[in-house]
Design a protein around this ligand. Structure first.
Ligand code: S3P
Length: 448
């Protein structure tokens, strides 16, 4: 839906080659964290390249509600005057986090060890998503949560007045849960320890270290053991947000399936905890190269070049790679439809609790467009039809999920018949320039 709640039906018609340079926006995960950590520092944090998608704008608003001064300086430049660890004020009103699981879960963590109370809510998608995964560990610090049945929003968190540090093993592979615990640990005395069996995106750890916190990660038999020393004074930073590999996924995947395409996607972060899709595509035979590989701000970065790939083959995606490409399975399933043979995706139960049940949303929409999909609780299999053989021609539901909407619009670019999406509005949460960017490359997208 648009910001006003009116659905925006969209169509993507088969198109000629996609060509040119795709400058995708800033990384969503790093943008949220820049605002939150800036708000928890003493002094001014300067951010350039911030993603100005609705999810991040909602987090900016929330940081103001907790007392930080957050200023939009134009063209992706933002300034945050923070209040320091433990300095959050009690918000006067309910905090609306829109569509963003990352926003609400990280902010809950950041406020849970201060003696303040805050109530959180979101849109129809966010209010269905599980929050107990965050409030369970926050209770160990001494915070209390009261929400709807099943641990859903709207929910009130009463922060711990005398927080105690916590040792917590994250039961699901989730960077949001890990980050919520670490942010809560900031205002607890002593050492908070988080253990994750599978490595998930490590932006919080890297950025906390950058802001001056004492934080270490040890790889042990138990998994990654992350130890944070509480009550640091975080030092404001100058942050250049790298471009988002999860947004790069769309022009990259579209180029692989539209005949004759050749697209350059510059400056993409290839942090190994985020780059699983690109490895998988190369395993499938994609003509995808990393040009000009370099390091920027401590992160590996390269320009991605994707060309039409006539010989894509289905593969079994290594389940241990799932966390590093968790947001990319929807668009991978679209590429899989144009490959030869089956693409098997296992160990992906988390896809069922994203902005939508992404296995269900993609399987239903792909089947409606003529693609064979099997699925179970934590797996799905797409049977590829080869290039030029995917029928398309049907309308699908995006379920208030930006990545579902963009994935099906990519499907329409290479299918035999146009594909329609009931509501492209949610795309604005993460990739507000998707439509002009893809159209500029040669896609035929229309609002109906
Ligand atoms: C994110 C973590 C992931 C991912 C989400 C962003 C983050 O969620 O799906 O889009 O910024 O920490 P989970 O922690 O639920 O896996």
């Amino acid at each position: 839906m648009s910001a006003h709640g009116t659905p925006i039906p969209m169509q993507s018609a088969p198109c000629g080659p996609l060509n040119g340079t795709a400058n995708v926006p800033g990384d969503k995960s790093i943008s949220h964290r820049s605002l939150i950590l800036g708000a928890l520092s003493v002094g001014e944090t300067k951010i350039s390249g911030l993603l100005e998608g609705q999810d991040v704008l909602d987090t900016a608003k929330a940081m103001r509600a907790f007392g930080a001064e957050v200023t939009d300086l134009g063209e992706g430049n933002w300034s945050v005057h923070g209040v320091g660890v433990g300095g959050f004020a009690e918000p006067a009103n309910v905090i609306y986090c829109g569509n963003s699981g990352t926003g609400v879960r990280l902010i809950m963590g950041a406020m849970a060890t201060s003696a303040i109370t805050a109530t959180f809510t979101g849109d129809a998608s966010l209010n269905k998503r599980p929050m107990a995964r965050v409030t369970d560990p926050l209770a160990l610090f001494g915070a209390q949560a009261v929400g709807r049945d099943g641990g859903r929003l709207p929910m009130t968190i009463v922060g711990a007045a005398d927080p105690v540090p916590v040792r917590y093993e994250v039961p699901v592979p989730s960077a949001q849960v890990k980050s919520a615990v670490l942010l809560a640990g900031l205002n607890a005395p002593g050492q908070t320890v988080v253990i994750e069996r599978e490595a998930t995106r490590d932006h919080t750890e890297r950025m906390l270290a950058g802001f001056g916190a004492e934080i270490t990660t040890e790889v042990t038999e138990e998994g990654r053991v992350i130890t944070l020393t509480g009550q640091p004074e975080l030092k404001p930073q100058v942050i250049a947000v790298p471009r988002d590999p999860s947004s790069a996924a769309f022009p990259v995947c579209a180029a692989l399936i539209v005949p004759g395409s050749d697209v350059l996607v510059p400056n993409i972060g290839l942090n190994p905890t985020r780059a699983g899709l690109f490895e998988t595509l190369r395993d499938m035979g994609a003509d995808l190269t990393y040009e000009n590989p370099r390091e920027e701000g401590g992160e590996p970065v390269a320009d991605l070049r994707a060309r039409f790939s006539p010989d894509l083959k289905g593969i079994e995606v290594p389940p241990e790679r799932a966390a590093s490409m968790i947001d990319e399975y929807p668009v991978l399933s679209v590429v899989a439809a144009f490959a030869q043979g089956q693409t098997v995706m296992r160990g992906v139960k988390e896809l069922r609790v994203k902005e939508s049940d992404r296995i269900e949303a993609m399987a239903t929409g792909l089947r409606a467009n003529g693609v064979e999909v099997e699925d179970g609780p934590d797996w799905w299999i797409v049977t590829g039809m080869g290039h030029g053989k995917v029928p398309g021609g049907t309308e699908v539901e995006s379920h208030l999920d930006h990545r579902i909407a963009m994935s099906f619009l990519c499907l329409g670019m290479a299918a035999q018949q146009p594909v329609r999406v009931d509501d492209g509005g949610p795309i604005a949460t993460s990739f507000p320039i998707f439509e002009p960017l893809m159209t500029g490359l040669g896609a035929t997208l229309t609002r109906l």
